[in-house]
Design a protein around this ligand. Structure first.
Ligand code: HEM
Length: 437
């Protein structure tokens, strides 16, 4: 099959894909088979891999399917809207071979030193602080007040960020995620990460950043900044979406919602199911074949992007055994040399966050019917726009507030803008109270 022009391709960034990704994948599969031509981002064509076995073949053959995007990049204009996401950075995601292995080892080894008991404590403390912010209200948007904030708090702890740097990094990430002045937010993120590295070089601690600095891979400051910015930038949103997607399933699907307060919470089952059917990252894993590669009559053009449709791959009808609970053969965390290095902590964080929420608010219920939930458009994620819930007002656990929050970051955007959505300006005061614990 020959490549189609952009205008004839199915668009992966429009409202139709956000509303019904399964329907779009089904249509692509019936029209094209395991490899489909799509318009991934306005003006950017790509091949989408839809078959489970086909995806594994691509992910496990880094010689034919390398990750470095620079050959493709030479073929697109400098203002191509995909570049902020797909453009080359000297980090673990966009490199191959020895360079990739060196970056990856520093990350994997540093995360490997995070103590699971300490991680559980970080997540539970962060969850309590956030839940306290809305427990008395009887209603909340869990995306804005909980799942979107919790991974940021946990990251700040495992990175050992002091409150002022943590504030800046958090503001930057929210700015990038919510597309508020992205250029400034990105610069703020880089500055925050650079300051954190300088601080940890001068005064190392028992945290991931210090462990990456002291790793035998001996990453330079620039290399550290690139890896840490990637960890922060790419690690937080998928945890947010995993928590929110699993919660929406738990609260809406009779198979899981039987008895949330009965002590046998089916949280792990819901996480398994969501990782198969609604994984946080739906299309990603870009690679750029070194030559034209023909499979099943379809040609993946040399140097042009091939993306793995993780959600479609996981629901490949030729592979569907029907048994998802307890089955972790899904590709939600990818596979091969670039498989997610943080899949275990990511899943653990999501699991503890959900358990804690259901524990504190046992009668949690969706405030709208599940079919009214809105999904955020975008070709890469499966992300709820909001998750409105109601519950019987519950006790606040940490009633004592410490003095006003410290925001040291320069404008714009202001903390008030970021907190406007949740109205939770006391959050940071609370955090500073346990940061030093
Ligand atoms: C539910 C949460 C998560 C999901 C579903 C997820 C999924 C993925 C996927 C699909 C990839 C492959 C991307 C590709 O091939 O281009 C990946 C890679 C990666 N993920 Fe995650 N991820 C999650 C959480 C995290 C977290 C918390 C971190 C960081 C702390 C992280 C760091 C990375 C990194 C650094 C890579 C690149 C690895 C490499 O290229 O060798 N991820 N992740």
């Amino acid at each position: 099959m020959t490549a189609e022009a952009h205008q004839d391709r199915v668009k992966m960034y429009d409202a139709q894909f956000a509303a019904d990704p399964a329907g779009v994948y089904e249509m692509l599969r019936s029209r094209y088979g395991d490899y489909a031509p799509v318009e991934l981002v306005p003006g950017v064509s790509a091949t989408l891999v839809l078959g489970y076995d086909a995806a594994l073949e691509v992910l496990r053959d880094p010689v034919t399917f390398p990750k470095d995007p620079r050959r493709w990049q030479q073929t697109v204009p400098p203002d191509c809207p995909a570049l902020p996401i797909m453009g080359y950075r000297p980090n673990v995601l966009y490199t191959d071979g020895d360079t990739h292995a060196r970056f990856r080892k520093a990350i994997v080894d540093a995360f490997g030193r995070v103590d699971a008991v300490a991680l559980r404590a970080y997540v539970e403390q962060s969850a309590d602080v956030l839940i306290d912010g809305f427990a008395a209200d009887g209603e909340a948007d869990l995306c804005a007040r909980y799942s979107g904030r919790l991974p940021i708090l946990v990251f700040n702890r495992i990175f050992g960020s002091p409150p002022d740097i943590a504030d800046r990094i958090m503001q930057a990430i929210i700015g990038i995620a919510e597309l508020v002045d992205v250029e400034n937010a990105s610069a703020m993120l880089t500055r925050g990460v650079e300051d954190l590295i300088s601080l940890k070089r001068a005064a190392p601690g028992a945290d991931v950043i210090s462990w990456m600095i002291e790793h035998p891979a001996r990453l330079t400051d620039e290399e550290l900044t690139d890896q840490i910015s990637l960890l922060v930038g790419k690690g937080i949103a998928p945890i947010h979406n995993l928590i929110a997607n699993a919660l929406s399933l738990l609260l809406s699907d009779g198979r899981f919602g039987g008895d949330l307060s009965g002590g046998s919470l089916p949280v792990e089952d819901a996480l398994d199911e969501v990782l198969w059917t609604d994984p946080p990252i739906v299309n990603f894993g870009f690679t750029y074949p070194v030559r034209n590669v023909e499979r099943a009559g379809y040609v993946m053009p040399a140097d042009q992007p091939v993306a793995i449709a993780y959600k479609a791959v996981n629901t490949d009808p030729s592979k569907n055994t029907g048994q998802r609970v307890g089955n972790r053969a899904h590709l939600a965390f990818s596979a091969g040399a670039h498989t997610c290095p943080a899949k275990n902590p990511a899943r653990l964080i999501a699991s503890i966050a959900i358990e804690k929420l259901l524990d504190r608010l046992p009668d949690l219920d969706l405030a709208v019917s599940a079919d009214k939930l809105q999904w955020r458009p975008g070709p890469f994620h499966r992300a709820l726009a909001s998750l409105p819930v109601r519950f019987a007002p519950a006790a606040v656990l940490i009633p004592t507030l410490v003095p006003a929050p410290r925001f040291s970051a320069p404008p714009p955007p202001t903390p008030q803008q970021f907190h406007a959505e949740s109205g939770d300006s006391s959050l940071w005061s609370r955090l500073t109270s346990w940061w030093s614990v």
